[in-house]
Design a protein around this ligand. Structure first.
Ligand code: ZN
Length: 199
């Protein structure tokens, strides 16, 4: 029986250039401390990737979805969500590159593909934020216009004013009718009808 031969660790030191000088017996690629570090860095990029996917629904919006947002404050919230998504993408990018910088043996097609996807998604965030800001300006301008139009019609159209006044004046009449129905009628009933039943 031969013990597995000693192998040299394939990790790089934090400078990203100097190979680890440790040797070890076993089937892995790294000495024990570097095996642990590799696992830690892998955990970081996986957490970041999970966050990216969680935030994707509100971080990527179609033109139709942007146009459907109806108020400035909702646009602000949407911009905040896109920024959160961009933060998560940056974090995943950083974590993956940190891992590959120290553990080049981990570099494979899967990482390359994902880094390309991250790059594309990051690139889409700034135009989306710009589009949302543009949409926000349009909402503000429209609201302003509508307000001005309302003011103009209420001042410029003398016919409308008396109508509004009449509507406002008719409200007390209804209140008096309701009070009559709810208070006066039952009271009259108790005063007039009940004693006659008792007799
Ligand atoms: Zn090592």
């Amino acid at each position: 029986m031969h013990a597995p031969r000693r192998k040299s660790c394939q990790a790089l030191l934090p400078d990203g250039e100097t190979p680890c000088s440790a040797t070890f017996r076993g089937w892995g690629k790294y000495c024990t401390p570097h095996l642990e570090e590799c696992a830690r860095l892998s955990g970081q990029y996986k957490d970041a990737a999970a966050r990216v996917e969680r935030l994707r629904r509100t971080g990527e919006l179609s033109e139709k979805q942007v146009r459907a947002i109806s108020t400035a404050s909702l646009v602000d919230r949407a911009i905040g969500k896109v920024r959160q998504y961009l933060d998560a993408l940056n974090e995943e990018d950083r974590a993956r590159r940190a891992l590959l910088g120290r553990f080049p043996a981990e570099r494979d097609e899967r990482h390359e593909q994902r880094l390309t996807i991250i790059e594309e998604r990051k690139a889409a965030c700034s135009p989306l934020i710009a589009q949302l800001q543009q949409h926000r300006e349009e909402i503000v301008a429209n609201t302003q216009q509508r307000r001005e139009r309302c003011r103009d019609t209420s001042q410029g159209d003398p016919e409308r004013q008396p109508l509004l006044d009449r509507q406002r004046r008719s409200r007390p009449v209804w209140i008096i009718l309701c009070v009559l129905l709810l208070v006066v009628v039952p009271t009259a009933f108790m005063v007039v009808v009940l004693p006659s039943i008792g007799r």
